[in-house]
Design a protein around this ligand. Sequence first.
Ligand code: SF4
Length: 65
Amino acid sequence: MMKKVKLAKDRCDKSPFCRAKRACPVGAIEFKKTGFFSGEINVNAEKCIGCGKCIAACPHGALRF
Ligand code: SF4
């Protein structure tokens, strides 16, 4: 079974400029705006190919296998 990445929401700073989002080659990391200055990050497990690029890119260690 392919590894999928999991997001630790307590570590995520929910930035619209998420580096992990930019690093993902398949667009599996999605930012959803929830307010004027707020939003949340979600990993779309259907799209994730388990490459691990987001793990290396996240400065908060919020993404893990
Ligand atoms: S492991 Fe790779 S494909 Fe999966 S969310 Fe992270 S960067 Fe995207």
